[in-house]
Design a protein around this ligand. Structure first.
Ligand SMILES: [Zn+2]
Ligand SMILES: [Zn+2]
Ligand SMILES: [Zn+2]
Length: 220
């Protein structure tokens, strides 16, 4: 610990996180570390998708309620959306529990210290590389609407674990594209950009993992 403290004091936060990453690469328990990192990011992704979808459903409900004259079909649609919100909330609760369970499996040592330090950083998800990544996926970081920044400011105790960028479930991104992906397309999309354990390790996965878990950009 002493060395880490000295590095942080003299060279700053990024330097100490890089130092921890170098140590991690030398440790034999790296498979446990990888599982921890990928599982945490995957469950956070699921939480974000749920919340973004819920936000969008609220927008749809409000839009329909504000429209003139509610037909019986509208009423049926509203009920469906309300039911989906309840389902999403239940899922979100399950994911929150899963997050804490996954988090408790973080191997003690440089990974745990690095993860805790990075996640204690206010608005960690607004790291410039994560913002570029959001913009590249046509998320709101590429626009001036400010949705991603607001998410951190407006997070509550319940939603704090799901702060982060837009997903394909988000309303303003759907409006910007002019269409919504089908359920199947969304699944494909999340698989393509996900880091779940069934995906082979590659430079993309490593980049996402080090950014989310340690706040380190390995582009340099
Ligand atoms: Zn968006
Ligand atoms: Zn964003
Ligand atoms: Zn937006």
């Amino acid at each position: 610990m002493k060395i880490e403290e000295r590095v942080e004091e003299s060279e700053g936060f990024d330097a100490v996180q890089h130092h921890r990453l170098r140590m991690l690469r030398c440790l034999p328990l790296s498979s446990k570390s990888k599982a921890f990192a990928r599982n945490i990011i995957t469950v956070e992704g699921n939480m974000r998708q749920n919340l973004r979808r819920e936000e969008y459903l609220h927008e749809l409900i409000q839009g329909l309620q504000e429209a003139q004259g509610c037909t019986p079909e509208d009423k049926t649609q509203l009920d469906k959306w309300e039911q989906e919100i309840q389902r999403r909330r239940r899922d979100y609760w399950t994911h929150t529990r899963e997050w804490h369970q996954r988090e408790s499996l973080c191997p003690p040592g440089p990974l745990k210290r690095g993860f805790d330090a990075w996640r204690a950083t206010p608005n960690w998800y607004l790291h410039s590389d994560l913002r570029d990544y959001c913009a590249a996926r046509v998320g709101c970081c590429g626009r001036s609407c400010g949705c991603c920044e607001r998410r951190g400011e407006q997070a509550t105790d319940q939603t704090r674990l799901a702060v982060g960028h837009c997903t394909v479930e988000r309303g303003c991104c759907i409006r910007d594209c002019g269409f919504e992906l089908t359920v199947e397309e969304k699944k494909e999309y999340h698989k393509a950009f996900g880091v779940s354990m069934d995906r082979p390790n590659n430079i993309f996965v490593e980049r996402i993992v080090t950014l989310h878990i340690l706040g380190i950009s390995i582009n340099e």
